[in-house]
Structure formats: structure tokens, C-alpha cells
Design a protein around this ligand. Sequence first.
Ligand code: PHE
Length: 341
Amino acid sequence: MRDKLEALGNQTLIDIEAAMDAAAIEQIRLRVFGKKGALSEVLKGLGQVSALERPQIGAFANTWKERLEEGLASRGQICEERDLDKRLAAEAVDVTAPARRLHPGSLHILTQTTRRIAAILGRLGFESASGPEIETEYFNFEAVNIPADHPARQMHDTFFIKPGHVLRTHTSSVQMRVLREKKPPIRIFAAGAVYRCEADATHSPLFHQIEGLFVDKGVRMSDLKGVLGELLSELFGTVKFRMRPSYFPFVEPGAEVDIECFKCRGVGHCQLCRSSGWIEVLGCGMVHPFLLTSAGVTDVTGFALGLGVERMAMLLHEVNDIRHMFQGDMRFLQLFRFRGY
Ligand code: PHE
């Protein structure tokens, strides 16, 4: 029995030293000292031991019991400390770790483009002006020299809202509002939504325009050309442009402005300019005397220009379908994270 006790004791001491955490210590305690544990198992044999030997063996067993309890206690303490260290290490906050990425919202490509153009015009001395999106037929049409029977009305695919009111078809509707309100020198731009009943890859029923209007003594076509040069080179870099005679009822002479295709420079097979070498970017011209006279503004001349924001954004970022602008697809929007406008 001594041998059995000694074997159990020695093996248990080895196990205790090998224990790595409090749970392992607890397991050993149960295995050895539990109700049906190894020690009780050995001590069951005490009945067979002679009465003479029994006290000695009992004392021997007690000594082992104490040694093992001591061992469990001291190794147990070490294990508990190890456990605590481990937990602290696992829970530690690494203040040097990089911060989690935030996903802040960003400005829509159209907002960015509008602000970019507004900033350029602002530097050239143009101030912001505005008019309503639900506009009177008068300001949208008559005031800008498009009378009721004028064929140009048909070109506008107008949404009629109620008698005498339309969703404005262009920002030129702001021209007469400003001419009536302000005295020359007038140098304004008007940015905002306009509406036309048309829809395909390059046309949306709602789109955005920016109008520029400059009225003062002695304003000439060369002033218009200067502003265009500034605007276009800020947007597209050094680029050739041409003013091609065109017709808008509210300007005379009127022109459409083309820039040299920045993709093919006018050579070869090109989708962007349809191999013409030129890309149309805006309409402009000298303010028609009809507008100045009916606003009662005298002794001045002026120029006006109007551009499509979607069209500019599409050209600048090579977007081939206007509908991307309005669908809110995150994959598209994230291509145009705010870049400082
Ligand atoms: N309003 C014209 C359009 O919608 C653009 C334009 C503005 C043309 C000003 C000339 C002068 O197409």
C-alpha cells in the first residue's frame, strides 16, 4: 500500500508541475481528492492492513495528502497568475494600432462638377444667382425671345405644370429675372436643375445647367471668347476650342462651342467625338437686344453662355451613360470620392 501511495503521490506531483492553467489544477484535484478519486481508491485497501501497521500507513497517507495539497496550492497560484496575464494580454488595447477606416459620405459627381465650374466663374468675377424650377412660361420662353408660336418651343419638350407654368427647360430662364432686378454691370452664373421630357443614354428628364450672363458697357464677343478660354482650359487643360455659328433665340450672334477631342486629338477612329475631332460643350452668344430692351437696360451689351453639368461631368470622367448619375449605385458613386470642390 505504501508503494501504491508513493506511486500515486509521485505521479500526481509530476502532473501538478506540468499543469499550465487553473483548470488543469482543478482537474488534478478532482481526480486525486474527489469522492471517487484515486486517493480514496488506494485508501480503500486500508481495511486489509493489519491493525499494527494501520496508524503508520495512515500517517504516511496524510503526509502525502498534505504534500499534494501544498503542491496544488502553490502551482495553482502560479497558474492563476498565468491565466490573468493571458487574459490581460488578450484584452489589452493596442493604442498604436491603425484606426478602423471610416466611410464618410462624399459629394456627388454632379455637385463636384457644379462647384468646380462655379469656382472658376467665381474667380472670373461671376456671382451666384437663381430662379425657380417651377417657372412661368413667360420667364422660360417669352422673356428670352421664344414667343408662343416659335418653333424653338418644340425643341424643348416641355413639362407643363399648370396654366402658365412649366418646369424650366433651361437656366436661361434666370436671365430676365436678373436683368430686371440688377443694374449693370451684371456678372452672374445660375446653376440648377432643368427639365425636359426626353430620356436615353445621353438625355435625362431632369438634368443640370449652369448659365453665365455678363452685361455691361462695351462687352464684346472677344470678352466671351476670353471667358470661354479660361473656363475650358481650367476644366480640360490646354485645349483648342472653336465657336461654331448656331441659333438660340436669346442671343445674336449665337454659337456652339466645341473643344478639340482630347482623346484622339482629331485623328483616327474615336468613339468620344465620333471621329469628328471635336466635342460640343456649350451654347453661347451675345445677349439679344430684345432682352435688354424689354428689361429696360440701355447703353450696354452682354454675352450669355449655358452648359450642361452632366455632359461636362461625363466628358471629364469618361462616363458613357447619363443614367449612372441618378441611379445611386454605390459602385459608381465611390469612383468619385470628394476630391476638394
Ligand atoms: N439655354 C440654352 C440651352 O438650353 C443654352 C444657351 C444658354 C445658349 C445661353 C446660349 C446662351 O441649350
